[in-house]
Design a protein around this ligand. Sequence first.
Ligand SMILES: [Zn+2]
Length: 308
Amino acid sequence: MSNVAYIYHPDCLHHDMGIGHPECPARFSSIEDQLIASNLFDFVRHHQAPEATREQLIRVHDKKYVNHVLSFENKQSEYLDPDTMITPQTPKAALRAAGALVMATELVMKKQAKAAFCNVRPPGHHAMHKQAMGFCFFNNVAVGAAHAIHHFGLRKVAVVDFDVHHGNGTEDIFRNEPRVLFCSSFEHPFYPFCGAETVKDHIINVPLTAGTGSDKFREAVLEHWIPALHKFEPQMIFISAGFDAHRDDDMSHVHLSERDYTWLTQELLVIADKFAEGRVVSTLEGGYELHSLGRSVAAHLRALMRLT
Ligand SMILES: [Zn+2]
């Protein structure tokens, strides 16, 4: 048994934006299937995510917005943006997804786990302070980072986002929060068409041109993120782990592989070991080609378990 926690909840499967929507419940199952096939599933510590509390959510979201999302438990489905449908099942799933990050933070801070991975949906990194966007409702990783700061009193927390889309929601929430170093890599120009212009010392945006492969991606990480992380000396590292930059995922035009996810995870563990007593919390963001998604999460988790 490893000391890595694996956090999920069945409520996350009940949020369904309709046939053909890429952010679908099958993503969850394809990850679990691959973890079982890779012989990793029995070696992580399983936990069911609690619901995030209102207090935990309003650290990063507008109160009225939180109430609006939660009110849909008793309403008809509605599109909050052209890609993002809220259904009566969405509030519970979103509460569990955000709650998973709170639990992961608690487990890691209390040394009940060395690291944690949250296999949850809906994803979170496009969710802004008071707006749902891009399949996201509550910004799960931001809820976790804010819990580390406000509940545990950490002064320096890094959030690393390697999803192929810019983590605009996380940037929006932490734009004026220098206790958070936010590192995001993303195809540009590409949805959500922002991030490349940001000028802030604690926001390290790395736009990638279409066609970027392993070599250029790793060069960019080594040039921009790693020095910034060393300088910042984070007490904890959160990862917005989106796997839609995989070469088999036609959501984007960036061509990474499982090996790149292993490599980056190991690079982040080196930083975590040096400055943060090894504390890493990772959560699923994007990744829509079900086969490469499963393989990529397995590679990422195997690295978090320090088996590679
Ligand atoms: Zn994405």
